[in-house]
Ligand binder design. Sequence first.
Ligand code: ADE
Length: 420
Amino acid sequence: MNFDIADSKLADLGRQRIAWADSRMPVMASIRERFAKERPFEGVTFGACMHVTTETANLLRALKAGGANVAICASNPLSTQDDVAASLVRDEGVAVFAIKGEDDETYYRHMDAVIDEGPNLTMDDGCDLVSRLHTGRSDKIADVIAGTEETTTGVIRLRAMEKDGALRYPIVAVNDADTKHMFDNRYGTGQSTLDGVIRATNMLLAGKKVVVAGYGYCGKGVASRARGMGAQVYVTEVDPLRALEAVMDGFRVVPMSEAAREGDLFITVTGDRDVLRREHFEVMKDGAILANSGHFDIEIDLKALAELAHGERRRAVRPFVEEFLLDGERRVMVVAEGRLVNLGAAEGHPADVMDMSFANQALAAEWAMQQASSLQPIVYDVPADIDKEIARLKLDTMGVEIDRLTPEQEAYLSSWTVGT
Ligand code: ADE
């Protein structure tokens, strides 16, 4: 089996941590057990481009149990957990091409190595693998039946491909399932982003001014968790509806030009570029800390920041924290190179919430396989019954019971004749 990982000797630690995550992913465990009996992926090769974490390892274990061959590369150069990569190779027979901190050249070489394995199904997080298959590596696209996409940024790119008529095989937008974005994006990103900032900086959030750029599900999660830890939270937005929601949720909504002067900690979660840029760096306070939790490292204009620090006035001050000295006096710190801070400086979302995201991945992949012959090369939603079933299973595993409609209530909801 082909692979390229940092250190095979880390496999024992990886195995132990994968087992810990498994114990917190009961929905995935039940899917894995069914897959082991039914073998829906017998002979199928998956090419995955995802964060190589303990949670992803449990998703891949389920695919393997279902009979699949699996190859994976990282969906971010900084998010790989090298111990997990080692265990996946040794214990699960997964072809892993991922090393934490790999440079861009290696990142794409690893992606090509996954494509070389001839995937029939792609599992992407950010659309880099799909994009590569459609551009530089279309030699292998004929083997691909369908794919799944994990994240908001990836779904946006895929919809742009669909609109341009460029998409060549069907892809299920896992991100858009309710049991994914309403939980993973909000509670997962909310907690893990602050986890990353705190692990990297050991800063106290109570009493700090925290600026959250973007009030989508991820921004909502980060803002609410920061407030819960005693921070004064400012929100910046470009969308009037989201801005209004943030105001009514009790946050101060201001333009970034104003927030930039005030903030102690800035967290970008917009999915767009240059959210923090030169004009903002120029007015920031000494000691301001900048972190990004959007998919790509484009939200903080690091080039402009480096220019303001005249190239040489930057240094590592802690693991995953770099200090830039501006005007010879103000220090601005960047966490995790402006890459996804929750995966770069911490462990990503907790297993408890990835349980639902990855249940969607596993069931969406099974659905796409079964339906492949009738699907068009467009972006599909996860079928609503799969989404509901995952919510039901998760509640079951949490020991939470809910009510059922009485026959009278059901009849009432489907009638239009009954009024006052
Ligand atoms: N995305 C966010 N958190 C993650 C995790 N723990 N594993 C895989 N992908 C993730």
